[in-house]
Design a binder for this molecule. Structure first.
Ligand code: GLN
Ligand code: ZN
Length: 766
């Protein structure tokens, strides 16, 4: 008999710690300052604090409502090591039972010398990056990791019955790629039958350790963007859950965050599992057939930070009751997309704070709705009313709606989204810029040295004055310009030393945004970002980058490239208001950028780059939503960039080489020059570009900036050769894959020198 499912739960909780304690401990371990035992002690302490806190916020100590969702680095890597899926290049890290220790785990995550780490890529439509498992016929699945089992036992010893969380087998295989050993065309999903016994064994061990429920995360059942035909995905889900459900030793909850299950819902409903967690924020309450399973209604948004409409959330749960015998309330996703606690933001205005809910506040909301489910709406009416009042306050607060901004958006006509004919632009730019064939440039940032970070911190603490700090930045820019001139680059950048972050810098300088002090969210591994909060109508009170760019232009005869972050990326890497369509917000941001671009042009900056590395990331998981998204995202870029003269050259930069569905959109951006990531895949994207007939400037990266390796002149020359075999020389630009901010100066200088040497050879051979 399965234990009853708790009435309220969350799908997962941030694991980095309120003050990023895990980051510091993990990095201390990497640096050899603490040993594995100490790291494990710190992690156990953090888990203990989390459990106690969740009880304090209203979850139950002994009813499986607390998820056991810790990870030292990444939940997909955790699943890989738990089932023994370690690539053969790391075979020496694996012991006789197939297990790897903590040091080995981090080596797989981060690589070591010539051994490449697992590849990293974005987790569904979020800004979290997971590690991509490598699966082949040689992968020997076996229960190899007992970390999750030990955590359940650790909780039990402390008096908790928690619910272990692990990536489900279908999602695990769908997110994996074929290993180096795998034959052409091999699909990791073909190994499902071999993997399932290992999951079964894991469930048995979790039950033996005291777990009464397990949560298997299957977001892949929601996505239509993973490349596997839907029929195969559904068949895999059926196989997996029929197998895991037979004689199950504990209750099985299958969680489907990030959207609606659509045709996967009946498959899960027919399987011998006990509960299904639905995303009721991105997805709808299902209608039709009733089910005897527990439906966990994810009515609280786990992927954003708004307090939201609690009464509406409760209404969804009441509707869900019409189709399910048992309904519980949950979050739509794991809460690791949100920071820990609004109470840690004393510097945010109180009014804004009253509109927000970070992870801890969301747990409180779940507890409230659970009480409502158990005792009836009247029991929580006061809380529902308080949330509605906050929502009403937000609706009418100054700055949330700015008539001037709205008027400008309403008056836009088609001309605001279009530039002149490209051939004419190109001719004008050739005259204005006088660039050599195969022009060279960088993507914008130069190394963010310890010096830069130190001076920024000193300025923030008031140890140096604003003037002193700006003087330091000017010197930094002058050095970077001199370096580029010495190396021989054609289009000069200022190096972005004034920016800590591609979005926060703009958020700090635009109206409608707020920035947090402790609002850290895990991005990958030990890295966290602090997304800005876009809460109101966006406008630009004053020029932002113009003085840096004009100062830079004053130092060189060569064209300087102004550097901005595009509207889609600003949205993707912020917490964005949820009270209007994203498109409306994007147009406001675009208009603010359009003003900035106009001022840069007037100040004599002839080349302006608008980065959109997140264009792909926000692409909806459902095909039916993609067309509308691509339409507004492209239009917002064009709105930002179409106000300039034909002679002004607009660049854009995108951080990936898998274009697929977005290739047409990239073309539609109508940028004069587009730089993309290509070195890592050895220019794989280039033939695709040729096929598509891409007709403007294109800079496929020739230097993989993700690695400290310096590419040799020959290597770069080869890459240029590959590019030239598909791209007409008139269109080709030579640049690195991405910005240089994470690199050191030594490898940066050596790499750029080699790039220039290779370019000179290629020019001579034209
Ligand atoms: N201009 C930015 C830089 O060079 C672009 C970074 C990015 O694409 N992620 O750092
Ligand atoms: Zn990039």
């Amino acid at each position: 008999m399965t234990a009853p499912f708790p009435t309220g739960t969350i799908l997962g909780y941030p694991r980095i710690g309120r003050r990023r304690e895990l980051k510091r401990a993990v990095e201390a371990f990497w640096a050899g300052r603490i040993d594995a035992d100490e790291l494990e002690r710190t992690a156990a302490e953090l888990r203990g604090i989390t459990r106690e806190r969740l009880v304090g916020l209203g979850l139950g100590r002994g009813d499986s409502s607390i998820p056991e969702s810790f990870s030292y680095y990444d939940q997909v890597l955790d699943a890989a090591v738990a089932v023994g899926a370690v690539p053969t290049r790391f075979a020496d890290l694996v012991d006789a039972d197939g297990a790897v220790d903590l040091a080995g785990y981090f080596t797989i995550a981060r690589g070591e010398g010539e051994r490449a780490p697992l590849e990293m890529t974005k987790w569904f439509d979020s800004n979290y990056h997971y590690l991509v498992p490598e699966i082949g016929p040689e992968t020997r699945f076996r229960l190899a990791g007992d970390r999750l089992v030990r955590e359940v036992a650790e909780a039990k010893a402390a008096g908790f019955v928690t619910r272990p969380v692990i990536v489900g087998p279908v999602t695990f295989l769908l997110l994996s790629k074929a290993s180096d050993e795998a034959p052409e065309g091999f699909a990791p999903l073909s190994r499902l039958e071999d993997l399932l016994p290992v999951y079964r064994e894991l469930l048995a061990e979790l039950a033996a350790a005291g777990a009464e429920w397990v949560q298997l995360d299957e977001p892949a059942l929601v996505s239509e963007s993973l490349g596997t035909p839907r029929g195969e995905v559904l068949a895999a889900a059926q196989t997996a859950y029929e197998s895991l459900g037979q004689g199950r030793p504990l209750g099985i909850l299958v969680a489907a965050p990030y959207g609606s299950l659509d045709d996967a819902l009946p498959v899960l409903q027919a399987a011998p599992i006990d509960a299904i967690a639905l995303d009721l924020v991105k997805g709808e309450v299902p209608s039709g057939a009733t089910t005897d399973k527990v439906l966990v209604g994810g009515a609280i948004d786990g992927h954003n930070i708004w307090r939201g409409d609690l009464a509406a959330a409760f209404g969804k749960l009441e509707k869900l009751r019409e189709v399910a015998g048992t309904v519980a309330v949950g979050t739509s996703t794991n809460l690791f997309h949100t920071p820990h606690d609004v109470a840690d933001e004393p510097e945010l205005p109180a009014q804004l704070v009253s509109w927000l809910a970070f992870a801890d506040q969301k747990v409180g909301q779940v507890a409230t709705l659970a009480r409502g489910l158990a005792e009836g709406r009247a029991a929580i009416q006061a809380e529902l009313d308080a949330a509605s009042a906050a929502l009403e306050d937000r609706r009418t607060a100054p700055g949330v709606r700015d008539g001037a901004v709205r008027g400008r958006v309403a008056e836009l006509d088609d001309a605001a989204f279009a530039r002149g004919d490209y051939a004419h632009r190109r001719a004008q730019q050739d005259v204005a810029l006088r660039l050599p064939p195969l022009p060279t440039t960088t993507i914008g940032s130069f190394p963010q040295t310890g010096d830069i970070r130190r001076e920024r911190a000193r300025q923030a603490k008031g140890e140096i004055t604003r003037d002193e700090y700006e003087g330091f930045l000017q010197q930094e820019i002058a050095d970077v310009v001199a370096l580029q001139e010495r190396i021989g680059l054609d289009v000069i950048v200022h190096g972005e030393p004034e920016r800590n972050d591609m979005v926060q810098y703009f958020a700090e300088n635009l109206d409608g945004f707020a920035v947090t002090q402790n609002g850290w969210v895990q991005s990958y591994g030990s890295r966290a970002t602090r997304p800005s909060i876009l809460w109101g109508d966006v406008s630009r009170p004053a020029p932002i980058t113009v003085r840096w760019s004009t100062y830079t232009q004053g130092l060189t005869e060569k064209p300087v490239k102004g550097m901005l972050t595009g509207p889609v990326t600003i949205l993707a890497w912020s917490f964005v208001r949820d009270d209007q369509p994203l498109a409306d917000t994007a147009y406001q941001v675009a208009l603010a950028l359009r003003d900035e671009i106009g001022d840069l042009e007037s100040a004599g900056i002839g080349v302006i780059q608008v980065d959109e590395p997140a264009l792909r990331e926000l692409l909806p998981l459902k095909k039916r939503d993609q067309g509308a998204y691509l339409d507004w995202s492209v239009r917002s870029f064009r709105l930002a960039t179409s106000g300039v003269e034909d002679r002004t050259q607009i660049h854009t930069h995108l951080c990936y080489s898998e274009f697929g569905v977005v290739l047409d959109a990239i073309d539609a951006l109508d940028a004069d020059v587009t730089s993309i990531e290509a070195a890592r895949s050895r220019m794989e994207v280039v033939p695709e570009l040729e096929k598509s007939g891409f007709g403007r400037g294109i800079g496929p990266g020739v230097y993989d900036i993700h690695s400290p390796r310096v590419p040799s002149v020959e290597e770069v020359r080869d890459l240029i050769g590959i590019a030239l075999s598909s791209i007409p020389e008139r269109q080709l630009w030579i640049n690195p894959d991405c910005g240089l901010k994470t690199r050191g100066y030594q490898e940066t200088v050596a790499s750029l020198e080699n790039i220039l040497a290779a370019t000179r050879e290629a020019r001579a051979a034209l």
